[in-house]
Design a protein around this ligand. Structure first.
Ligand code: HEM
Ligand code: HEM
Length: 179
């Protein structure tokens, strides 16, 4: 381990680590809810599991807004990875962020096009992203569902990489995001 420079052992800041794991929990809940809730049709009401998908979604949107703002103002600790690995890692993180923004925003636009209000913690109503009945907002529901699979594939790669670092390379990358 002495080969690994000291800065490879540094962790992300506490706020970044808390946000990472909070968002992991919210995203996991969104997959479970999205898969188990009833299919959404023209006259479906946003109740029960669908209401939970929207409420958890609102919390996720808020958490991602904070995370993106935090990330843009706080650089991650430097890595000591080989250049190719560093590039692949950065690219995957960028795509994860892109999907973590696109999937919720498309779901939000779809909900708006159905006239469903999105409320943060049941109180603060988020603005409608698409007019009620809009065709484009409706189509975004399909893109939302399709991109959720892309997000899942990225998460699969990301977790695979974390385990590779932990158990194959035996470096300290996983510890950067934990306690
Ligand atoms: C990363 C976060 C999210 C994931 C992984 C996710 C996942 C899913 C999945 C798997 C479905 C079901 C697709 C199907 O089987 O047809 C779905 C549907 C839906 N989600 Fe999400 N969702 C997320 C965030 C959100 C947010 C933030 C909102 C709104 C605030 C939202 C609103 C909806 C709506 C309205 C549908 C029904 C779409 C339709 O069938 O036309 N989702 N979501
Ligand atoms: C919903 C699932 C997950 C999502 C969406 C996700 C997303 C992300 C994102 C976007 C980053 C980049 C952070 C930044 O540079 O600002 C990151 C970092 C990280 N994640 Fe995850 N993550 C998930 C689950 C996990 C799991 C289950 C593990 C561990 C097994 C993990 C381990 C890590 C590690 C070690 C880093 C830091 C990598 C580095 O050193 O730069 N993640 N994650």
């Amino acid at each position: 381990m002495s080969r690994i420079p000291h800065h490879d052992r540094e962790r992300y800041g506490l706020v970044a680590r808390v946000l990472h794991w909070l968002i992991v929990a919210l995203v996991a809940a969104q997959f479970v809810l999205g898969w188990t809730m009833p299919d959404v049709h023209r006259d479906t009401q946003p109740v029960d599991l669908i209401a939970w998908h929207l409420a958890t979604g609102a919390a996720l949107i808020a958490a991602m807004a904070v995370r993106v703002a935090w990330r843009l103002t706080h650089r991650p600790p430097p890595t000591a990875l080989p250049p190719l690995m560093d590039t692949v890692s950065r690219a995957t993180h960028f795509l994860l962020y892109a999907a973590l923004i696109a999937v919720p925003v498309l779901g939000w636009a779809n909900a708006s096009s159905r006239g469903w209000a999105i409320k943060l913690f049941g109180a603060l109503q988020l603005p409608a992203l698409a007019p009620t009945g809009s065709t484009i907002g409706h189509a975004m529901g399909d893109v939302h569902s399709a991109l959720a699979w892309v997000l899942l594939a990225l998460i699969g790669m990301h977790i695979g990489a974390a385990l590779f670092h932990r158990f194959v390379r035996k470096d300290k990358v996983l510890q950067r995001i934990t306690w």
